[in-house]
Write a protein of this length. Structure first.
Length: 132
């Protein structure tokens, strides 16, 4: 199993292989204070980049997989949660104050609902117990 560390001070995302006790930089990724990371049900890595309105996806071995985004539905990605069962990606759109599920195969978004009034909750609070 792997552990990922987003170090916004250094601007780097690290992968720590717990078996070999080796830490390496995730190539092509940077970590900012707004970077959000989640491990999927298949041990793949999801990296939310709100600056570019996209979620980058990496295999457990670190290979880049297709990015996930639906700019026609989601104006401003700002939260990411992975639900283990059934396997689901949930994202929040800060501009429209809405929650969406996102297809891991196509990036297509389906609305879950909108939050009216009150404070906008951090989406990380909606992660399932098995998610990190």
């Amino acid at each position: 199993p792997d552990m990922y560390i987003a170090d916004s001070g250094a601007g780097k995302l690290y992968r720590f292989d717990m078996r070999s006790q080796v830490m390496s930089v995730v190539t092509g990724e940077s970590a900012m204070p707004w970077t959000r990371i989640q491990i999927g049900w298949d041990r793949s890595l999801y990296v939310l980049d709100p600056e570019h309105n996209v979620i980058r996806h990496y295999s457990p071995g670190g290979q880049a997989l297709p990015e996930l985004s639906d700019p026609s539905s989601i104006a401003s990605l700002d939260g990411l949660a992975i639900i283990d069962y059934p396997p689901t990606i949930v994202v929040s759109d800060n501009q429209n104050r809405s929650l969406f599920t996102l297809s891991p195969q196509t990036g297509t978004a389906w609305p879950l609902g909108q939050i009216d009034g009150g404070d906008w909750p951090p989406l990380d609070a909606f992660s399932s117990p098995g998610s990190t």
